[in-house]
Design a protein around this ligand. Structure first.
Ligand SMILES: NC(=O)c1ccc[n+]([C@@H]2O[C@H](COP(=O)([O-])OP(=O)(O)OC[C@H]3O[C@@H](n4cnc5c(N)ncnc54)[C@H](OP(=O)(O)O)[C@@H]3O)[C@@H](O)[C@H]2O)c1
Length: 271
């Protein structure tokens, strides 16, 4: 199977490396020439040439606009081609792109990469795919060297939706740990010791509890004591201000405080 990779940024190059290492015939295209050096793949002179030479073409560009810009001039020539878009975007963008490009007879799958370039082709990496199941079954095995393939439904928007949602979890964590070390630093604490001896063990203890307890409900279970948590969260926000940390870095605490107050309001309203 010949696989086309369009987009040779940090991620596109990692995908090419994984496929070439697995012995695939890979043909690449990038808007700016010269990024194909040392990849061990064939180079196409245009996006159209790459797609026409490939059994499946993977797009890994910057954003939805760059995908549109690349495909728009050639879309009428792509009927019957199999294209997998791994460029990040919103769920609605994925659905609209799918509706547009399948209108030209393109067989289309949407995706979201749950990895960073240096974890591509490692055990923990996976890629979400959504769209027609039979297309996923066709590409899952050939594309597996990049990262474990995981289909999340026929709805073309779901790979992007799950991707965005999972990233929200990660950035929430990132905001929390970033704020935590800033707080310790501002007060002259030992950041290294705090990370190793306090933050790490604390996060490890709480991580499975957070994942198991994650819920779309607007009320928290009674045993989690929303009243107590609201008081605690306000203290954390006050402590942050007292320590001189910018208020903008406490957004994750404010979001939790809002959720606790909402839970209290709804629970009291139902009594
Ligand atoms: N890097 C990560 O950690 C990571 C993780 C998960 C998902 N992703 C997603 O993977 C995609 C690629 O990320 P990356 O890290 O490879 O980004 P990157 O290093 O910034 O590369 C961007 C790529 O998009 C191309 N591009 C930008 N605008 C274009 C346009 N108008 N027309 C055609 N090509 C255009 C660039 O081509 P030129 O060389 O010509 O500029 C380049 O190949 C993004 O959607 C990103 O969100 C990245």
């Amino acid at each position: 199977m010949t696989i086309g990779i369009l987009g040779l940024g940090a991620m596109g190059r990692a995908l090419v490396n994984a496929l070439v290492s697995a012995g695939h015939d890979v043909i690449v295209w990038n808007r700016t020439p010269g990024k194909d050096e040392g990849l061990g793949a064939r180079t196409a002179a245009s996006a159209l040439e790459a797609i026409e030479a490939s059994d499946v073409s993977v797009l890994c560009l910057l954003d939805d606009a760059s995908v549109r810009e690349t495909l728009a001039p050639i879309a009428p020539k792509l009927s019957g081609r199999l294209i997998v878009n791994l460029t990040s975007g919103s769920a609605q963008q994925a659905r609209e792109l799918g509706a547009w490009i399948t209108g030209y007879g393109v067989r289309f799958l949407a995706g979201g990469i749950m990895a960073v370039p240096f974890t591509i082709a490692t055990e923990g990496a996976f890629i979400l795919y959504s769209g027609p199941r039979e297309l996923f079954d066709e590409v899952a095995s050939p594309l597996a060297p990049m990262a474990r393939p995981q289909w999340v439904g026929e709805d073309l928007g779901f790979a992007a939706l799950y991707d965005m949602a999972a990233l929200s979890g990660m950035y929430g964590m990132s905001a929390g740990v970033g704020h935590a070390v800033r707080l310790v630093h501002e007060e002259g604490g030992d950041v290294e010791a705090f990370r190793r001896e306090v933050l790490g063990p604390w996060m490890e203890q709480m991580f499975p509890i957070q994942i198991d307890g994650a819920s779309p409900s607007e009320t928290v279970p009674e045993e989690y004591n929303a009243q107590m948590q609201a008081v605690g969260l306000q203290t954390m926000i006050d402590n942050s201000a007292e320590s001189g940390v910018p208020e903008a870095l406490t957004g994750h605490l404010s979001a939790n405080l809002w959720a606790m107050r909402r839970s209290i309001e709804l629970t009291e309203g139902s009594r």
